[in-house]
Design a protein around this ligand. Structure first.
Ligand code: ZN
Length: 300
């Protein structure tokens, strides 16, 4: 009898030792899913609404997404209106109060960093202008460090039972990230001052961090697809003052970058942009490793 009880108690303890994930995390973009996984480990179950191949500005609020949204305890999105075209619909359709703006479960990553390109005048005729500044904040590793601290604090608040575990993971990630940043700073030295053409203004934080120089974009205005007139102008501009590289992200159509490259001889570098964007960008560390490596490769 006693043995049976011991077995029962033993299996109960076993079940308690491996509980289901404590927090369901809904993220809008893969970089935040990767960060949540780093910081939450087996205490979290993480979902990303978009993959690296999908445009985070535009997404269909399909039923499967609404179901995920309804079950979420935490939401992590870039914010600053990046998801303005689809996230509000998920909020109204899911009725999930835990992750509504202002609640502890709502994390808008861009609110924890200094935003670039805050417009002085809001004129929608200039394209997808974000009044709160450029929302693509994740490609400056210093921003990732700040956002990681905010996410750790929020995880600990929402799931107090595992607070110590989140803090330990947060500290470990912070150390590894700092070491990686020191290495990247050295590796990115040769990128300083390098002129580049972007597809969309989604590289601004990386450019600001490395000291590269954006001299043109394939989109005539943010969010407006490349036009023949604009591309013809860029070709002329590049003949007068050539960029070193033309970059684009996996969710962009590569055609315009190739067009410009063929007419000017400037090399093209497809960049991962986010986690999962290239085979090497398996996590946040790989994302920066591969982005820097690909840009260095075209300058050699
Ligand atoms: Zn954008």
């Amino acid at each position: 009898m006693k043995t049976l009880l011991n077995v029962l108690l033993g299996s109960l303890a076993g079940a308690l030792a491996w509980p289901a994930a404590a927090l369901n995390v809904f993220t809008c973009e893969p970089e935040w899913a990767a960060l949540a996984q780093e910081l939450g480990g087996d205490k979290v179950s993480v979902f990303s609404a978009t993959t690296a191949q999908q445009d985070p500005h535009r997404l269909e609020a399909r039923p499967s997404l609404i179901a995920r949204f309804r079950n979420a305890d935490v939401l992590i999105c870039s914010g600053s209106e990046l998801e303005v075209g689809w996230l509000p619909l998920l909020f109204t359709q899911s009725g999930n109060a835990r992750i509504q703006p202002g609640s502890p479960g709502y994390i808008e990553a861009s609110q924890y960093v200094i935003r670039l390109e805050i417009p002085k005048v809001i004129d929608r005729a200039l394209g997808d202008i974000h009044p709160q500044g450029n929302p693509h904040v994740h490609l400056d590793p210093r921003n990732i460090a700040k956002i990681a601290e905010a996410v750790t604090a929020r995880f600990a608040e929402l799931d107090a039972r595992n607070a110590d575990a989140y803090r330990a993971r947060g500290e470990d990630f912070g150390k590894r990230w700092q070491q990686a940043m020191d290495r990247w700073r050295g590796e990115a030295q040769s990128l300083k001052g390098m002129p580049l053409v972007v597809y969309h203004k989604d590289m601004s934080y990386f450019i600001n961090w490395t000291g590269m120089r954006e001299v043109g974009s394939l989109e005539p205005k943010p969010g407006i697809p490349p036009t023949p007139t604009h591309l013809a102008e860029l070709v002329e501009q590049m003949k007068r003052s050539p960029a070193k590289v033309v970059v684009y992200s996996p969710y962009n159509n590569p055609g315009a970058a190739q067009f410009l490259s063929e007419r000017t001889g400037i090399p093209v570098a497809p960049l991962p942009f986010t986690v999962g964007g290239t085979p090497k960008a398996k996590d946040l560390f790989g994302l920066f490793d591969d982005t820097i490596e690909r840009l260095r490769a075209v300058t050699k």
